[in-house]
Design a protein around this ligand. Structure first.
Ligand code: NAP
Ligand code: MG
Length: 483
């Protein structure tokens, strides 16, 4: 039976129960490849957020909070196992809801989510305090404690994987969670809630409230019972959350947009760099916060590189995301498709040269052809603003200092890459780049153990790895008089 026939209308997951929104409101989630509705989803609002926060607090102060670290680890491991045993089904849900290809969903997103739960399962028993050599005749030590109730708000580009990146470390450290997925892609987070329940997670430790940003999301940010907000999404919404969160002085981590430079020197391995440039911008149809959307090519290599990249791009199969041969699915929504196409118009008006793409293929679905602009200047809008679609800007450079300066000339600082066979040059450039991640002779690698996050207006705080775990803890200092 195809996954769509098994999808029941989405309800909220609060306190271990499936429930309708308090006002019985719903919205439709759409398959962006067919433009057909998939199912109805509960539209949670402030009342529902309040119920979820109450359930999360009860869990934190009750059964969940009393579990040993070893038992928390065991539960997280069990969630990872269950995800792994359902890869095909979850990947199909994710593909139908987001337009992501089944190949990417089943080989990357879902297995990495399982790995993330297992990685953080291992950390649960390794969150240690310190003994501190204080001056007074006292014994001083620290405890690393959970924050309490954590609100997590995620976007639509990696719905299942980003849910795992947020939920796993928060639970490993002993927090309870209220997650709000993006309105465009709620299905896989609801499936994850079901999996967590089946694995035996105590009721209330994880709650999922679907709904819209300005209602459900804002209510989570405003709620005085929420100790921290972890957010991934646009810089504008991140700024709004920071302003609103000030009222209750919420802990905050923000993973925001990017306009990442991908730098190809003339001495790079040409075939690898072409593939890296293409994957850098066209992976997940360009809906990637670390997309290598500004491609800097050394002047002497420029023409040959662009020819090869254009030929490579013309071979990428675009179409039905459920076809294993497809490399490019549709944009997540009609609104996102229109946004991307309007940036194509902007690029033309600014005088960039359209090399390929720039249009919508005929037929159903919110597809945009893979698009390459050459002769882009770094001060053009298409080089400055995050497009979040399959649109590449190609720029030229002459030397290392010039390209490092131009690469850093952006408000963002999420990621960057450099392609060269010269090891000294690679590391010199990596140090000069103001970005949270730098890839050398590769692009878009992630690992549950490697910290990930932004510099500058790409946000602050880190996800994954030991750094990501620590963002969900706070330090208590304890003094014992020994005199
Ligand atoms: P967005 O508006 O920032 O949405 C991200 C999440 O925040 C969604 O769950 C959204 O809910 C929620 N949200 C929206 N307004 C909120 C508010 N006032 N308070 C609390 N939560 C709120 O991003 P988007 O509209 O989906 O995409 C717009 C642009 O953001 C993209 O084109 C791209 O440039 C950027 N983006 C960046 C990333 C990244 O990984 N850094 C990911 C996705 C998008 P609803 O969606 O339900 O309204
Ligand atoms: Mg959808």
């Amino acid at each position: 039976m195809p996954a769509t026939q098994k999808i029941t209308p989405g309800r909220l997951y609060i306190g271990g129960q499936w429930t309708d929104a308090a006002d019985a409101g719903t919205f439709t989630t759409v398959n962006p490849a067919t433009e057909e509705p998939i199912t109805q989803i509960a539209a949670g609002r402030a009342d529902d957020i309040d119920r979820a926060v109450t359930a999360a607090r009860q869990a934190f102060e009750g059964a969940w909070g009393r579990l040993s670290a070893a038992d928390r680890g065991r539960l997280l491991w069990a969630i990872g196992d269950r995800i792994e045993s359902q890869v095909a089904e979850i990947a199909e849900l994710e593909s139908i809801d987001s337009g992501k290809t089944i190949t990417e969903a089943s080989r990357v997103d879902v297995p990495m989510a399982a790995d993330c739960f297992r990685y953080f399962a291992g950390w649960a028993t390794k969150i240690e305090g310190e003994t501190v050599p204080v001056r007074a005749p006292c014994f001083g030590y620290t405890l690393r404690e959970p924050l309490g109730v954590v609100g997590q708000i995620i976007p639509w580009n990696f719905p299942f994987l980003l849910a795992a990146w947020k939920i796993a470390p928060a639970l490993a450290a002993g927090n309870s969670v209220v997650l709000k997925p993006a309105e465009q892609t709620p299905l896989s987070a609801l499936r994850l809630a079901g999996i967590a329940g089946e694995a035996g997670l105590p009721p209330g430790a994880l709650n999922v409230v679907t709904g819209f940003g300005p209602t459900a999301g804002a209510a989570l940010v405003d709620h005085p019972g929420v100790d921290k907000i972890a957010f991934t999404g646009s810089t504008a919404v991140g700024q709004e959350i920071m302003r609103r969160g000030a009222t209750s002085l919420k802990r905050l981590t923000l993973e925001l947009g990017g306009k990442s430079p991908n730098i190809v020197f003339a001495d790079a391995d040409l075939e690898l760099a072409v593939r890296g440039a293409s994957n850098g911008i066209f992976y997940n149809k360009g809906e990637v916060c670390t997309a290598g959307s500004r491609l800097f090519v050394e002047e002497s290599l420029h023409d040959a590189f662009l020819d090869k990249l254009t030929a490579f791009t013309s071979r990428l199969q675009q179409g039905d995301p459920l076809d294993p041969k497809t490399r490019l699915g549709p944009q997540v929504s009609e609104a996102q498709m229109n946004r991307v196409l309007s940036y194509v118009d902007t690029g033309r008006q600014e005088g960039a040269r359209l090399v390929t793409g720039g249009t919508r293929p005929p037929g159903k679905g919110y597809f945009v052809r893979p698009t390459i602009f050459d002769d882009v200047k770094n001060d053009m809008k298409i080089a400055r603003e995050e497009i979040f679609g399959p649109v590449l800007s190609v720029l030229r450079f002459r030397d290392l200092d010039e390209v490092a300066r131009a690469a850093n000339d952006t408000p963002y600082g999420l990621a960057a890459a450099v392609w060269t066979k010269d090891i000294k040059k690679a590391h010199r450039v990596a140090r000069l780049l103001r970005a949270g991640t730098v890839w050398i002779n590769t692009y878009g690698l992630y690992d549950s153990a490697m910290p990930f996050g932004g510099y500058k207006m790409s946000g602050f705080g880190r996800e994954l790895g030991h750094h990501g775990l620590m963002e969900y803890t706070q330090t208590k200092s304890i003094w014992v008089d020994l005199s």
